[in-house]
Design a protein around this ligand. Structure first.
Ligand code: 3HC
Length: 685
């Protein structure tokens, strides 16, 4: 049965799509839409058409799973042209999200009405693409060039009210959308000539008067767009809309779309779209597992981590009890949270009432006993096993039955922590990334005895606080930090062998990482994890810590910093490096960028493979989600495992073997990596 049905309401033809879950524009939908428009054209009794969707949303775009397969006719550009050519006015009735191809369908309709909660956007850029069904040509004609540039290059949707102000929506509908859309169609059924988005010119003329705006836009957004192919292609397509007649502009759009579609970046970004959604699924849990009810959350520790974690729940409307050991630390912690909220409000992203609302849900206390009514308790204290065990032992006596006890540990053994309670089934790791109120990743660490409903609760809760959760097994550093370790070890060795912090960081930044290992150390703090004994100097990091070079916060770390925190190479650090190299009898030599790649990035892939081999991650794509959302791995390279597939696993193995001697005895090749390379297989599909 076709997902598209038609129904007559007097002289209006109502065309309805029913293609759950999000009404993507798959083949059957496209075919049905064309047939419906033909039906309207052929029937004299029909005066206007309404296109609407059943279910949670208007068309959310092309069906991404059809990409890369042979396209079945009619293609979307043909469908939207056919809609625009309809001889009767066509009204789009929008609820939920009109995204990508969905918005392109709406733009081809002659009128658009929407409920106030609807969102409209062209997220193709996030898939490494551009709107390929006339969107780059019609959108600027309707909303103007500056807005079209912003929408196409950011991919972020706008709300219906803004769309109404811009002329993208003709009427906002309160009440029954279908009913009002039909009434609207009646109103416009006699209007001639029929307004077509592709024929509008007024807003393009404004842009023609200011041809420099495109380069200004490029300059203003250079940082955000760096490394990505798609934003520039979007700009070029919008530029074509201004410079060329519609019929020529769409040809440019098609050419640019096809160039992107056949590139690696689009493949990586589309892969990542599904990777992110797959991450929330836990294999092997009973289907009927019900989550536990979380009405109040407890957080132990009001430091940077505890405060950030608490803010996630407060922002989602979940009350939090926060515990500290001393009043001044508690006051400082809650004060920082308020300051962070107020800064968000100052940027216009929150109202003053919302700040008060969130802070009003916070209950600060010095008594651990006050956590007795919490459904989930997250410990975010000092990273030390004895301290954690002590806290969990106490929680065991305080927490109500069925409460989930979570540790925010970033390395430690969750099973050992769980063993200090009488209820290991209720214990789980919830590893937030700093700053915890901002970073999207949450590693959910599954202990040997963690109950299925605890895991399901964690995954659901993550969604509620707008995090992307990935399940990890119990191992040192879980997925993300474990893969960081070989990189850190090799980066430090490379310094002694002849590379500089600048060179190593540059290789990582050129690869697309937001920063390299030493820039990261300086930002996070060189003193993190330091034993705090200045007389014990066993490695370069100990030396820097002992000398008070703790990173940006001290104005000195691996780099020197000026008062504006701008880094410059440090001659002092270079002398430390030279001293250590001499002490260890290392002959310094020229290091190539290629060697840095092989020793710091290929080794991460190797560690990722070991994680998979040991079952510490459910799937390769989960590893990729961790690295993109936790460490800023460039999404246009998909993630370390996807990237390794694009490079070729044989090449990775070859590079690692070339470096084997330098990698030393503590390094071993992953068997899974070697086997896959030999068999010509990949980690991801
Ligand atoms: N193609 C294929 N599958 C899609 C899809 C799409 N465009 N959009 C969503 N889905 C699938 C998801 O994979 C998920 O499947 P699963 O249940 O098997 O995991 C299911 O639909 C539900 O999706 P979400 O879990 O994301 O549901 P939410 O309610 O959280 O979000 C949404 C809904 C806002 C519509 C979100 O799914 C979304 O942003 N979708 C992508 C929209 C998009 O990028 N559109 C542009 C497509 S490209 C295009 O149109 C090209 C054209 O210009 C030619």
């Amino acid at each position: 049965m076709s997902p598209i049905s038609t129904q007559r309401h007097g002289d209006i033809l109502i065309v309805t799509s029913n293609n759950p879950p999000v009404n993507t524009l798959g083949h059957a939908v496209r075919e049905g839409l064309v047939k419906a428009i033909e039906e309207a054209d052929a029937d004299e009794a029909i005066k206007a058409v309404v296109i609407r969707c059943d279910g949670q949303t208007f068309f959310a775009g092309a069906d991404i799973s059809e990409f890369g397969k042979p396209m079945q006719m009619p293609m979307l550009p043909m469908v939207v042209d056919r809609i625009e050519e309809c001889t009767k006015p066509v009204v789009a009735a929008i609820h939920g999200t009109a995204l990508g191809g969905g918005l392109e369908v709406a733009l081809a309709c002659h009128y658009r009405v929407a409920v106030p909660s609807a969102k409209l956007g062209v997220p193709e850029v996030k898939l490494g693409l551009l709107p390929g069904a006339g969107g780059t040509q019609r959108l600027p004609r309707v909303v103007g060039v500056p807005k079209a540039l912003e929408m196409t290059t950011s991919g972020n949707p706008i709300g219906a009210e803004e769309a109404f102000d811009l002329g993208l929506v003709d009427r906002l509908i309160e009440g029954d959308l279908a009913q009002h859309a039909v009434a609207y169609a009646e109103e416009v059924s006699d209007v001639r000539p029929i307004r077509k988005s592709s024929e509008l010119d007024e807003k393009l003329a404004e842009a023609r008067a200011n041809p420099g705006m495109f380069d200004e836009f490029r300059k203003a957004n250079a940082r955000k767009m760096k490394g990505f192919d798609a934003p520039e292609a979007n700009i070029k397509a919008v530029q074509a809309a201004v410079a060329k007649p519609y019929q020529e502009g769409v040809l440019d759009e098609r050419r640019l779309f096809m160039e992107l579609m056949t590139g690696t970046q689009a493949r990586a970004q589309q892969y990542f779209f599904f990777a992110e959604r797959k991450a929330s699924k836990i294999d092997g849990l009973p289907e009927d597992t019900k989550p536990r009810d979380i009405k109040r959350v407890g957080v132990i520790g009001a430091g940077t981590m505890g405060g950030g974690i608490s803010m996630n729940f407060l922002s989602a409307g979940i009350p939090v009890t926060i515990v500290e050991m001393a009043q001044d630390a508690l006051d400082r912690g809650t004060g920082t949270m308020r300051k962070n909220y107020e800064a968000t409000a100052a940027k216009g992203r929150m109202t003053a009432e919302e700040v008060e609302g969130a802070m009003g849900l916070l209950k600060p206390t010095l008594a651990l006993e006050d956590l007795g009514d919490c459904d989930l308790i997250i410990e975010a204290v000092f990273e030390n096993m004895e301290v954690k065990k002590d806290i969990f032992g106490k929680l065991d006596k305080i927490a109500k039955p069925g409460a989930i006890l979570a540790s925010n540990t970033s390395y430690l053994n969750v099973d050992e922590i769980a063993a200090s309670t009488s209820r290991p089934q209720d214990v789980v790791g919830l590893h937030f990334f700093s700053p915890a109120n901002i970073m999207k990743l949450l590693e959910v660490v599954r202990g040997a005895r963690t109950a299925p409903d605890v895991l399901v609760t964690a995954m659901q809760l993550a969604k509620k606080i707008r995090k992307v959760a990935v399940v990890a097994g119990v191992c040192h550093g879980f997925i993300g930090n474990r893969m960081l370790m070989p990189r850190q070890i090799e980066a430090t060795k490379l310094l002694l062998e002849g590379a500089t912090p600048e060179q190593i960081d540059r290789v990582h930044v050129e690869f697309g990482m937001p920063m390299g290992p030493f820039q990261m150390a300086d930002l996070a703090g060189v003193d993190i994890g330091w034993h705090r004994d200045p007389s014990r100097i066993e490695n370069l990091r100990d030396k820097l810590a002992a000398e008070g070079r703790w990173g940006q916060k001290k104005g000195a770390g691996f780099y020197d910093y000026d008062e504006k925190r701008r880094p410059s190479p440090s001659p002092v650090v270079q002398t430390y490096i030279d001293e250590f190299a001499a002490k260890e009898g290392i002959q310094r030599r020229e290091i190539s960028d290629e060697e840095i790649m092989e020793r710091t990035i290929y080794t991460m892939v190797n560690e990722g493979a070991k994680i998979l081999e040991e079952g510490m991650a459910q799937r390769a794509s989960d590893v990729d989600v961790v690295w993109v959302y936790g460490y800023g791995w460039p999404v246009y390279r998909g993630g370390p495992m996807f990237w390794a597939d694009t490079v070729g696993l044989a090449t990775i193995v070859e590079g690692l073997k070339r470096q084997q001697e330098r990698l030393g005895s503590e390094f071993s090749l992953s068997e899974m990596l070697v086997k896959k390379a030999e068999a010509g297989e990949k980690f991801t599909r």
